[in-house]
Write a protein that binds this ligand. Structure first.
Ligand SMILES: Cc1ncc(COP(=O)(O)O)c(C=O)c1O
Length: 437
């Protein structure tokens, strides 16, 4: 099959062809030959209600008959206004919403707002960004700079702006000589030292609740809260990325609320539209927003805007999605359904190549190793992703691995029975793949 598409994150030499997904219903993706697969990655971590949900489809079609697109430059529209109100309402201490089309852009905007905030007061020194190692915030240049993952972005290192990075405690890989608790304290002490001795730091940027693409590293209790306190203490803006972890993925609507760590700026994306259309949002508190106010000639306004910013069809489906969260008590249901994962911990850990499992809410990372004692990551000449994808397909699941980690990120409203099926099929897939390593 000849195709003109260059696929993302894919060594194209390895793939002769790609299965064509023709339709989808609920958790099931159905290819052009009629084969069914469970969507174990919620179509890149964004699907909430499953596919072909009539309520969301109706929201799209109804709005598309009225107004398809009208710009946010000098104008506004009803669905975008309503959505901004809805987002502010559910986000403690947030005040304004800046729209964009994808998570990477939302983070670019967050970075620009944070840097300009200080300039708005004539504070010229505060120009540096602090981050944590192994974070991920998207694939554009600013997002790559703050979320530097060496394997992903090494080739662009020279073009990225520099950041100060601190380690994050990972219970499975605690450095020699530390207990896990000691290591957490050690990381926090390093962060405090860094913030206290540099008076040029504009903002601290991190994912909220967990690092997802960086290996499903779930922060220990209190870690994020402590960082938010340090930011306050040293007058550094606190910027949270909830694009992958908010809206129920980790079991709460607003992850920073659960972490008791109020940010100055927060970004949402992925699940915002139920996974049906593309939109992201950067929210700020009043202090930040007010700093951008002035006379025209003060040039304090934010120079940023995309063609489709605040698109009414996308905003309409996002509003419907939020309504459904409330009406169907989605967060409560996730908290109950996600307990199902726990039933499979033991069986997973008994597999030869499973070194660690990390789980919170509707996110599970299964770390694969070739030696459990030495915790050596599995390695292969072929891509691990392709090996698992092919076996997953045989078992009837669409799986993607990130490095040596199998990611389970199902649609949030998956039922207990469906989750049972997904986990059983995942276990079979890993067992069958284990002889490759
Ligand atoms: C935490 C986080 N931030 C930002 C992004 C980038 O979002 P997008 O792919 O929509 O640009 C991602 C994508 O996976 C993400 O996981």
């Amino acid at each position: 099959m000849k195709s003109s598409i260059w696929h993302p994150n894919t060594q194209m030499r390895e793939w002769n062809s790609f299965d064509k997904i023709a339709k989808a219903k609920g958790i099931w993706l159905i290819d052009s030959k009629g084969n069914k697969m469970i969507d174990a990655v919620a179509s890149m971590w964004c699907n909430v209600w499953g596919h072909s949900n009539l309520q969301l489809i109706n929201a799209i079609t109804n709005q598309s008959k009225k107004l398809q697109h009208s710009s946010m430059f000098n104008l506004t529209n009803e669905p975008a206004e309503k959505l901004a109100d809805n987002l502010v309402k559910i986000s403690p201490r947030m005040y304004k919403v800046f729209y964009s089309d994808n998570g990477s852009s939302a983070m670019e905007i967050a970075i620009k707002i944070a840097l300009q905030y200080w300039k708005n007061f004539g504070e010229k020194k505060k120009t540096k960004i602090v981050t944590v190692k192994n974070g991920y915030h998207g694939d554009t240049f600013g997002a790559m700079s703050v979320g530097y993952v060496p394997e992903f972005f090494g080739k662009f290192k020279k073009q990225l702006f520099s950041t100060i990075q601190f380690p994050v405690p990972n219970k499975y890989r605690v450095p020699k000589g530390f207990s896990f608790l000691d290591y957490q304290n050690h990381c926090l002490e390093k962060i405090e030292k860094g913030l206290s001795k540099n008076n040029d730091i504009a903002a601290f940027v991190m994912e909220s609740g967990a690092q997802v693409a960086g290996g499903v590293i779930i922060y220990p209790k209190g870690f994020q809260k402590k960082i938010s306190q340090l930011c306050k203490k040293y007058d550094v803006l606190f910027v949270l990325d909830e694009i992958a972890t908010g809206f129920g993925r980790l079991g709460s609507m607003i992850q920073y609320e659960e972490q008791k760590s109020i940010p100055d700026i927060v970004a949402y994306g992925k699940m915002l539209t139920g996974g049906y259309l593309t939109m992201a949002a950067t929210l700020t508190n009043k202090k930040i927003y007010d700093s951008f106010l002035g006379e025209f000639n003060d040039w304090k306004h934010l120079f940023h805007g995309h063609t489709y910013t605040g698109n009414p069809i996308v905003a309409a489906v996002a509003n419907e999605n939020l309504k459904m969260y409330q009406k169907n008590h989605l967060i409560k249901n996730i908290q109950k359904t996600s307990k199902k994962f726990e039933k499979f911990y033991q069986e997973l850990l008994e597999i030869d190549i499973v070194g660690d499992i990390r789980h919170k809410g509707m996110l599970m990372g299964i770390e694969l190793v070739s030696n459990k004692t030495k915790k050596i990551p599995i390695n292969s000449k072929k891509s691990i992703n392709k090996i698992f994808f092919e076996e997953g397909k045989k078992q009837g699941i669409y799986l993607r691995t990130l490095g040596n980690i199998v990611m389970l990120v199902p649609p949030l409203a998956i039922s207990e029975e469906e989750l049972d099926l997904l986990l059983n099929r995942t276990i079979r897939t890993i067992q069958n793949c284990s002889s490759n390593f």
